[in-house]
Design a protein around this ligand. Structure first.
Ligand SMILES: [Fe+2]
Length: 202
């Protein structure tokens, strides 16, 4: 029969998850500020980072208690997320393939990029500074080169700006492009980021 309502489904969902741990943020802030941070110590993609100090990408390889606590917490968050996604109650082997911190000063910015070599990524706001600026902006992975009313729904949802909050962890899939918008606060802005590969034991 003609003109019946179509069956419409939605494909290729993107999941993000949010957690909060202000106690860990406070511990990490003390620790990071006690370290000698000079410039872009990682030496990676230096041209897309401005007014930022960045550690090497093996930050979680350090021995301090606060690092162990961070690894355990971030791994437990990813486990919760995946358990929810897969509707299971499983443990995973989570490998933090990269981990680093950023210390941003006034007018810091980090241009559009994504994180290679992992499935899930996290950004943890240790101290967002004056958080009316310096948002993390995630871009839609759908890339259409034609724009009209027919696909307006795509452009209504083409970016998500996350306003940093102290102790907030945002976990996102590695295929999502994102950037840090211009930070205009005077206070130092500190974030940790990490990339994970995940395996499941049989
Ligand atoms: Fe990033």
């Amino acid at each position: 029969m003609a003109n019946t309502q179509p069956r419409v489904n939605s494909l290729f969902n993107t999941y993000m998850a949010y957690f909060e741990n202000t106690e860990l943020a406070n511990d990490l802030e003390k620790y990071i500020l006690s370290l000698q941070s000079i410039g872009i110590d990682s030496n990676i993609a230096t041209k897309i980072k401005h007014n930022l100090k960045e550690s090497k990408f093996n930050f979680f390889k350090r021995d301090e208690e606060v690092i162990k606590k961070s690894i355990n917490y971030f791994a437990s968050c990813l486990k919760l997320l995946l358990n929810k996604l897969y509707k299971e109650d499983s443990a995973y082997r989570i490998n933090f393939v990269d981990s680093w911190y950023h210390i941003g000063s006034k007018y810091s910015v980090h241009h559009v990029h994504k994180h290679p070599g992992c499935s899930w990524c996290g950004v943890f706001y240790v101290n967002p500074g004056e958080n009316s600026s310096g948002n993390t902006v995630f871009l839609s992975p759908i890339n259409s080169d034609f724009k009209d009313y027919g696909n307006k729904y795509l452009f209504d949802n083409e970016a998500l700006a996350v306003q940093p909050k102290i102790g907030q962890l945002v976990m996102f899939p590695s295929y999502l492009q994102h950037f840090q918008s211009l930070y205009e606060g005077d206070e130092t802005r500190i974030v940790i980021a990490f990339n994970c590969a995940v395996y499941r034991n049989s």
